[in-house]
Ligand binder design. Structure first.
Ligand SMILES: Cc1ncc(COP(=O)(O)O)c(C=O)c1O
Length: 436
């Protein structure tokens, strides 16, 4: 069937043209697909979505991670529907937010107390503020290539194409005050010696070290997180794990459980609210007390208020999602489906003569074309063939996989073995197309 004969294609073109006029950048954020595969989603169910043109895709983007149960999971739909008729937001305490906080404290190794926020960006921004309030110091250290959201402290050394002049880095975005650069130190991921040296050198002025324990698709080397944990503890620097991606995904207890290192604070988002807008900071009560208006006068308090914090609709969605994730077998299933897919894609890519790697964890990984088998840092990753990754991603999209080229594959509980079989056929055809 030619593209123009697909019912709905005209409607999709029209919507994309209108988006181009009224949405800044034509999209909803930084991310835009190339025109030839751009689409408007009409609906999602389980592991699949359909676009307005009526095409079906197996979804490996999952809303950029939140839909860990798959789209429109009945447990979440029922819980949210029941809550909607009771009101959507109160600002005052609601029982669901309290129960969700209890569940988070139970599940997360560092969790003694919780503070809800609206997004992962707010969670990392406020976690850094809490660390400053707690320590009375102002600088923070992050790792090159780490993504902590969109605030002015996060956007340094996130996607550099050349090594930073460690610990100084360039801002990623226009509009960030240069002065903030003197407050943000950047170190290469997985280089324990360099991180320890920088942390020791700046310990007196360092409030926090923030790290994505699985940095995008890079696993921590044995000993790296442990070394960062040890030096931060020794110098009273708050260690923050950004678990917005890894939380409830790579294990029930997140990266802390998976890698066996417990930070002082952690930020959670995405999967924890079952596809609804909610994120949080969790951590040690002694540090979270910087947020406690019962203990501090207002001017000594770390302010982190938000109109929709602890919103009951998001809270019931989060509780429903966690109830499903807590069932026996969840993580075994995610690992089994993810590892089959990773291995199959790598085998297929290599059969087509491409240096294919599936980096990361089974539940979230990235396909990269790179000769170096020992990729450990953002700079190592720069050697990957971005152009090939884009072309292969476009060929996958054309054949019915919803993927974000050169980014991640997210696995959900809704993905089946039949999905994996079909996906591997599509990936293979996409490899054939890019090598022909
Ligand atoms: C590790 C990590 N931290 C923080 C964020 C920011 O979260 P949000 O997009 O909810 O602001 C993201 C977003 O992708 C992320 O991947």
């Amino acid at each position: 069937m030619s593209l123009t004969s697909i019912p709905g294609i005209e409607q999709q073109h029209d919507l994309l043209a209108r988006a181009g006029r009224v949405l800044a950048g034509g999209g909803l954020g930084l991310f835009n697909l190339p025109d030839e595969v751009n689409l408007v989603i009409a609906a999602g169910k389980g592991s699949h979505v359909t676009d307005v043109a009526g095409r079906d895709y197996i979804d490996y983007h999952l809303g950029s991670g939140p839909d860990l149960l798959g789209h429109a999971h009945p447990a979440i739909t029922e819980a949210v529907t029941a809550q909607l008729s009771k009101g959507t937001t109160y600002y005052f305490l609601n029982e669901h937010a309290i129960r969700l906080a209890e569940r988070l404290v139970e599940a997360i190794p560092c969790g003694e107390q919780v503070h809800f926020t609206g997004s992962g960006t707010e969670a990392t921004f406020f976690a850094l503020r809490v660390a400053r309030a707690h320590t009375g110091r102002s600088k923070i250290l992050k790792f090159e290539g780490a993504w902590h959201g969109m605030h002015d402290y996060a956007l340094w050394g996130t996607v550099p194409t050349e090594p930073s002049d460690y610990p100084r880095a360039r801002p990623d975005s226009a509009g960030i005050p240069a002065i903030i650069g003197s407050e943000v130190l950047v170190a290469p991921f997985n280089d324990a010696e360099r991180a320890v040296e920088l942390i020791e050198r700046h310990a007196n002025e360092l409030a926090a070290v923030i790290v994505e324990p699985l940095q995008r698709v890079l696993k921590p080397r044995p000993g790296f997180l442990e070394a960062v944990r040890e030096v931060t503890r020794r110098h009273g620097v708050v260690l923050i794990f950004d678990e917005v991606v890894t939380g409830f995904r790579i294990a029930w207890g997140g990266a802390q459980e998976c890698y066996g290192v417990v930070p002082d604070l952690a930020t959670y988002g995405k999967a924890m609210a079952g596809g609804f807008p909610m994120a949080c900071i969790v951590g040690r009560a002694a540090i979270m007390s910087a947020l406690d208006g019962r203990r501090h006068p207002r001017h000594e308090l770390a302010w982190a208020s938000g109109t929709l914090n602890g919103n009951p609709v998001s809270a019931v969605a989060g509780l429903a999602a966690l109830n499903v994730l807590a069932q026996p077998g969840t993580y075994e299933y995610l690992h089994r489906i993810g590892s089959r897919l990773r291995a199959g894609i790598v085998e297929s890519g290599r059969r087509h003569g491409l240096p294919t790697l599936a980096l990361g964890e089974d539940a979230v990984f990235g396909i990269r074309f790179i000769e170096n088998n020992d990729v450990k840092s953002w700079m190592d990753l720069q050697a990957h063939d971005r152009e090939l990754g884009l072309r292969w991603g476009i060929e996958c999209l054309k054949r019915g996989l919803l993927v974000n080229p050169n980014e991640k594959f997210y696995i959900s509980l809704a993905h089946t073995d039949a999905d994996v079989d079909r996906t591997l056929e599509i990936c293979d055809a996409a490899f054939a197309a890019v090598t022909s």
